[in-house]
Design a protein around this ligand. Structure first.
Ligand code: G3H
Ligand code: 13P
Ligand code: ZN
Ligand code: NA
Length: 310
């Protein structure tokens, strides 16, 4: 069934692993992710951004995810990624989502609390859970582009007041990740701020933390893309060992979108390069779906540690 993340996060926190939260936009992405999760018995979160809802239409996404539940029998959360205002959150809650994110992280502290609280009240009345964000990631979130100068780490001294006053169920924090496929300058050493995560979790014992911008940008897929007509020089993600460390700690949800895009693109580019005569979408989309499945299985087993938990 579609479930909330409450039980998933509790078990993940106690078990020292994290749930994969994967962004979905179409049928092949949904199938690649959920077929992988089913094979390794992993609970998962499928999330839709505003852009995804606009691209696919919200009703198609919900029906696709419901189809995946029916097909796999897995516990799956349907989550709104980066909800910008109360209305979009309400729309998703009314439309069958089991979890929403209200992202008011660009607003002043008290406005972030007030808006999050408003969403929490409506969501909890409808049995839906709420993720909020404190701190600002660099990179692109939907229409909002946050420059490196405007980004800032989460301030641990603010988290207790934020969570108790807003009533949110999980909290996304900024510890050095960013959205997209170009997270760090080539040649520099990526290092997440585990000291901040540690301090946050000390102040919020048992409370689930969320990591956005957590794609690792697998270099095998970047290479396939670049070897088959693509141009993505210097694409770099979060080192997998640091994601493993976060998953062992208070991080219970790890967001992955860019890696899915890379896998799909690698499969399609490779296919067209090998078969310039093909024009049946099932052939090239099928190869994209296969790479997504491969990617997600590897994530679950080797990074998140959520295999066998469903
Ligand atoms: O947070 C960003 C996600 O990768 C969603 O991206 O807004 O282009 O769908 P999108
Ligand atoms: P990536 O761009 O690192 O995949 O992050 C996705 C994300 O945080 C979606 O909310
Ligand atoms: Zn995000
Ligand atoms: Na964890």
């Amino acid at each position: 069934p579609l479930v909330t993340s409450a039980e998933m996060f509790k078990k993940a926190y106690e078990g020292g692993y994290a749930i994969g939260a994967f962004n979905v936009n179409n049928m092949e992405i949904v199938q690649g992710i959920t077929e992988a999760a089913a094979e390794v018995r992993a609970p998962i979160i499928l999330q839709a951004s505003a852009g995804a809802r606009k691209y696919a239409k919200a009703v198609y996404l919900r029906k696709l995810v419901e189809a995946a539940v029916e097909d796999t029998g897995l516990p799956i959360v349907l989550h709104l990624d980066h909800g910008a205002d109360f209305e979009v959150c309400k729309d998703c809650i009314d439309g069958g989502f089991t979890s929403v994110m209200i992202d008011a992280s660009s607003k002043p502290f008290t406005e972030n609390i007030a808006l999050t609280k408003k969403v929490v009240e409506y969501a909890h009345d409808h049995g839906v859970v709420v993720e909020a964000e404190l701190g600002a990631l660099a990179g692109v979130e939907d229409d909002v582009q946050v420059s490196a100068e405007d980004s800032h780490y989460t301030r641990p001294e603010e988290v207790e007041e934020f969570v108790s006053r807003s009533g949110c169920d999980s909290l996304a924090i900024a510890i050095g990740t960013s959205h997209g496929a170009y997270k760090f300058k080539p040649g520099t050493k990526p290092q997440l701020r585990f000291d901040i995560l540690e301090e946050v979790s000390k102040r919020l014992p048992g409370f689930p933390i969320v990591l956005h911008g957590a794609s690792s940008v697998p270099q095998n897929f970047v290479k396939i893309i670049n070897d088959h007509g693509g141009k993505m020089p210097g694409a770099i993600g979060v080192p997998e060992e640091q994601l493993r460390q976060a998953a062992r700690m208070a991080v219970c949800k790890i967001n992955i979108d860019s890696d899915l895009r890379l896998a799909m693109t690698a499969g399609i580019r490779e296919h067209f390069d090998a078969h310039p005569d093909h024009f049946d979408p099932r052939q090239y989309m099928g190869d994209g779906r296969n790479y997504i499945k491969e990617l997600v299985k590897d994530k679950i087993v080797n990074v998140l540690g959520s295999d066998g938990k469903a």
